[in-house]
Design a protein around this ligand. Structure first.
Ligand code: ZN
Length: 101
């Protein structure tokens, strides 16, 4: 297994075809917000990738909580949403800020 291979919970090997990429996310009615870095479960690589991304608040990159997950684009109750899906999602590191403004 090479470094860029990540194994899904079901044992299948995931390979990123698009390399690392990131999106910003936010909840409409709640303070947390952050970034999803696709294509890796490497927390340090994810933090590096978004280190210079602009923030509209006083959150500091170093304060982001990071966790590995499997995320895909989808819909819930008709709303576009990022959905946890270990079977079909892309490997991702989710960075979350508990935003205070
Ligand atoms: Zn913030």
């Amino acid at each position: 297994m090479s470094d860029d291979e990540i194994v899904r919970p079901n044992g299948k090997v995931y390979r990123s075809r698009k390399g690392l990429r990131w999106v910003e996310w936010a909840e409409e009615d709640y303070p947390p917000h952050g970034f999803i870095v696709f294509g890796t479960h490497d927390e340090d690589a994810a933090r590096k990738l978004v280190a210079n991304a602009p923030l509209d608040c006083d959150c500091k990159m170093a304060d982001a909580a990071a966790r590995a997950g499997w995320i895909r684009d989808g819909y819930r109750w008709g709303e576009r949403e990022w959905i946890e899906d270990a079977l079909h999602g892309a490997a991702a590191v989710i960075l979350t800020f508990e935003c205070l403004g």
